[in-house]
Design a protein around this ligand. Structure first.
Ligand code: ARG
Length: 561
């Protein structure tokens, strides 16, 4: 039962104002003694020409709702206290009957959302920063999927640009083929770094590199073959990471995909009369919007990153007719996306407003350097390996008899990393602290996974229960847990609206905390049979919601740990 809806309908009828307005005002109070829902009346004072408190008092008189046990007026507020037993029963039954589909809505029916994420650069390390976009994008895809949208997951690979000319020049001179086979990205990156060093001493290298890129653009087989090889070698490494994380894409259309679609963009901007020349370059001026111009074509005739993004956005609209086109890319690129979106708007595309840049902060490792020019980057492979190994050590200590330790360690270790990334609002920088990430208590992945496993272990140790009279559960702790479980759909909605998986992470932490409070306060084994049965159902519902919520974050659960 949708209690919010029920109360909103009641208030809307009693006050003769729209239900939407009521729903906007209806709050969930911070403390239980203020009720389960609260309706503030001060905003209505003007329209209704009455004092907020009298509106509240009249509302209380008029309303009679079965599911609401008691209504109290507190100053300008009307506080609603639900019938706790009925609420708990209703919630647990809903969770259990809906199972994996609990929290699913049809909000996005017949609408498509593009989520572009990960988008690493060919021949460059996939580093811990790329992991950030990967886990946010993966989670957002699942969240929109849960809301019934058709999601198109795009990996906009950085596989085009003048750097490929440099790589080819460097490859010809310095490649070590054995190393290229062993660890392709490291070798390609080494060549790339070396190219920059050498070009400082011998600038003619740059001309050669430009020639190679020109040939690549013109489709000359020699350059195309090498480029393909770089791309494949890199993708092979990236795919290993994706597999490890359980991340998938529907399209790998990256920058190179648009290389033959750029002339059309230039022509279009010309036709719209917004392309101007500036120092030999073709640009779209954005001074009226306090932004530097979008460069479309450089003085040497080369198109750039922004041009490819314009082509990509137009292609996506034509191909997918998206409801929203979301870019999960670091905050340092915020200006780039503002320019691209504004340029689309100036070109007359009203759907420019449906393009969204979802930014995120930096990832910091105290004591380690992050520059990709140096060899000293924290590679993603290392990060994941370290997490899994540490998880295994902890498991060995805590539960030496556990079967399939390796599989568990993998799920716990990787889950812990994903959880850390998604724990705080995405714009915040992340400072990695190993001792915290893998801790079993505190707000961590292992804590939530452990809570799930504890619930599962309780269920394993008891006879399966299919039905029970849930109204025998009457403690405040049980009611609080049920209320949190009932808040799943709202948490999904808020996360989707704000492009913020952390809302779900906070949510699942709350579920785990409420569950542990329940576990510590409400004995199961020593309870009388009817209560025990009902509690087991509550445990079952809780584990279902934790699993469901973690899945939306891209984290797996383990039955035992
Ligand atoms: N490859 C870029 C990078 O690693 C990110 C691409 C972002 N997506 C886009 N459509 N521009 O920084």
């Amino acid at each position: 039962m949708d209690y919010k809806d029920l109360i909103a309908t009641g208030i809307s009828g009693a006050l003769e104002i729209s239900k939407e307005d009521v729903e906007r005002l209806l709050e969930i109070p911070p403390r239980a003694e203020m009720g389960d829902y609260a309706f503030p009346c001060f905003q209505l004072a003007k329209t209704l020409r009455k004092a907020p408190n009298s509106i509240a008092t009249e509302l209380k008189e008029k309303l009679h709702l079965d599911a609401v046990e008691r209504i109290e007026v507190m100053g300008p507020y009307v506080n609603f206290f639900l019938n706790q037993q009925a609420f708990l029963k209703d919630t647990v039954e809903t969770v259990l009957s809906q199972g994996e589909t609990y929290g699913t809505t049809a909000l996005g029916e017949n609408k498509r959302i593009i989520v572009e994420y990960s988008s690493p650069n060919i021949a460059k390390p996939f580093h811990v920063g790329h992991l950030f976009t990967t886990v946010i994008g993966n989670s957002l895809s699942k969240i929109y999927g849960k809301q019934g949208y058709e999601v198109v997951r795009i990996n906009h690979l950085g596989d085009w640009g003048t750097q490929f000319g440099k790589l080819i020049s460097g490859y010809e001179r310095w490649v070590d083929l054995t190393k290229l086979e062993e660890s392709p990205i490291e070798e390609l990156n080494r060549i790339y770094v070396k190219f920059h060093e050498e070009a400082e001493l011998d600038p003619s290298l740059n001309d050669e590199a430009r020639m190679h890129f020109k040939n690549l653009e013109d489709g000359k087989p020699y350059e195309v073959e090498l480029w393909k090889q770089f791309r494949e070698l890199s993708l092979h490494v990236f795919n290993r990471v994706y597999e490890e994380l359980g991340v998938e894409f529907d399209s790998y259309a990256g920058e190179s995909f648009y290389s033959d679609k750029m002339d059309a963009v230039v022509d279009l901007l010309k036709d719209k009369g917004i392309l101007t020349e500036s120092n030999g370059a073709q640009v779209v001026m954005l001074e009226d919007f306090n932004m530097p111009p979008t460069i479309i074509k450089k003085a040497d005739g080369a198109t750039i990153y922004a041009t490819r993004d314009l082509a990509a956005a137009i292609f996506r609209k034509e191909t997918y007719d998206f409801h929203k086109n979301i870019y999960v890319v670091g905050t340092p690129q915020a200006l780039h996306f503002k320019q691209v979106f504004k340029t689309l708007e100036l070109a007359g595309f009203d759907w420019a407003k449906d393009c969204v840049h979802v930014g995120f902060g930096l990832v910091k490792f105290p004591g380690k350097m992050m520059s990709s020019r140096k060899g000293d980057v924290v590679l993603l492979d290392d990060l994941l390996k370290e997490a899994v190994e540490t998880a295994k050590q902890i498991i060995l200590e805590k539960n030496p008899n556990l079967e399939n330790k390796d599989d568990t360690a993998k799920k716990v270790g990787i889950g812990a990393i994903i959880f850390t990334y998604l724990k705080n609002s995405r714009e915040k920088d992340i400072i990695f602290d190993w001792s915290e990430i893998l801790s079993f208590d505190g707000e961590t992945g292992p804590y939530v996974q452990y809570t799930y496993a504890r619930g599962k272990s309780i269920l394993r140790k008891n006879e399966a229960v299919n039905e029970a009279d849930l109204t025998v559960l009457s403690s405040a702790v049980e009611f609080e847990l049920a209320k949190t479980l009932a808040g799943f759909e709202a948490a999904i909605g808020a996360a989707a609206e704000k492009y913020e998986p952390s809302i779900l992470t906070r949510y699942v932490i709350q579920v785990a905390k409420d569950f542990n409070k329940f576990y510590n306060n409400c004995p199961i084994n020593s309870a009388e049979p009817a209560v025990k049965k009902a509690r087991l159902l509550l445990v079952q519902a809780t584990t279902a919601v934790i699993k469901n919520a973690l899945a939306l974050l891209g984290i797996e659960t383990v039955e035992e740990m």
